[in-house]
Design a protein around this ligand. Structure first.
Ligand code: NDP
Length: 257
């Protein structure tokens, strides 16, 4: 009997997933757990996080939760240190928490700009640095930053989001450049358009869905479970010489006119 080649196995690894109470983060946590990882789910809403954890425990997975706001650097550092001390080493970090704010740029408020940059960009640095310090001490670790197809495409009304995700792409390259020498792999995963809470208004907008189907070679919205394969690849030994790469999972929209 041939044994499965364990390149994609995550048994014996622990993954911290930020923004894992719902949407893409929850799907990725479920996928990593299904491939053997113990998972630590993060979010701000304790009740929602507990419900997500209970759902994964029902499936037999090893799950912990850590409630913190990724935009608060002090809280991030304390929470990451507490996970390392009381749950165990974080082998994999999925930097996923993110928000969207829509408005024409000439009307975009300073407070929305600050909140968006804090969540979608600053937090990738805060959580990445806090976790990487432990990973560097161990000489190994995997970080996957969730970017967006919007780092490649400009769409009306979301210029600050596009700017933040473009910066995440370059921060991913910078993290890889600084930390690969310490045995870490840092890569990114860039989703196209997926049906989550973030996109509720667009999903219900038939004109937008029509545009999306016409514009995307795969001619449909993505399903969150379709991000799991790429995330497991970037989190596992299968990607041991991949560093600083942003992997598009977008039905081809970023490569077609
Ligand atoms: P959702 O709005 O469905 O979920 C967002 C998650 O992030 C929630 O779990 C939320 O938790 C958490 N979160 C938000 N702010 C914070 C914070 N300050 N601290 C901790 N957790 C926070 O979004 P998606 O699942 O759609 O998006 C996930 C990621 O994927 C984001 O980075 C997004 O930019 C990216 N992405 C999404 C695409 C899509 O089509 N949906 C396309 C491209 C990229 P809670 O509110 O409970 O605290």
């Amino acid at each position: 009997m041939l044994q499965a080649f364990p390149l994609f196995s995550l048994h014996g690894r622990r993954a911290l997933v930020t923004g894992a109470s719902r949407g893409i983060g929850f799907a990725l946590a479920r996928g990593l757990a299904a491939h053997g990882a113990a998972v630590v789910l993060n979010g701000r809403d304790e009740a929602r996080l507990d419900a997500a954890a209970a759902e994964l425990r029902e499936l037999g997975h090893t799950v912990n939760t850590s409630v913190f706001d990724v935009t608060d650097q002090a809280e991030v550092q304390t929470s990451v240190d507490a996970i390392e001390a009381s749950v165990g080493p974080i082998d994999i970090l999925i930097n996923n928490a993110g928000i969207q704010r829509r408005a024409p740029l000439e009307q975009f408020s300073r407070s929305d700009w600050d909140e968006l940059m804090a969540t979608n960009l600053n937090a990738v640095f805060f959580v990445g640095q806090a976790v990487a310090r432990h990973m560097i001490a161990r000489g190994k670790g995997k970080i996957v930053n969730i970017g967006s197809v919007q780092s490649e495409l400009a769409r009306p009304g979301i210029a600050p989001y596009t700017a933040a995700k473009g910066a995440v792409k370059n921060l991913t390259r910078g993290m890889a450049t600084d930390w690969a020498r310490h045995g870490l792999q840092i890569n990114g995963l860039a989703p196209g358009y997926f049906e989550t809470d973030m996109n509720q208004a667009l999903v219900q907008d038939e004109a937008f869905s029509g545009w999306l189907r016409a514009r995307t070679p795969a001619a449909r919205w993505g399903k969150v479970q379709e991000l799991i394969g790429a995330c497991v690849f970037l989190s596992s030994d299968a990607s041991s010489f991949v560093n600083g790469h942003m992997l598009m999972v977008d039905g081809g929209i970023s490569v077609s006119l």
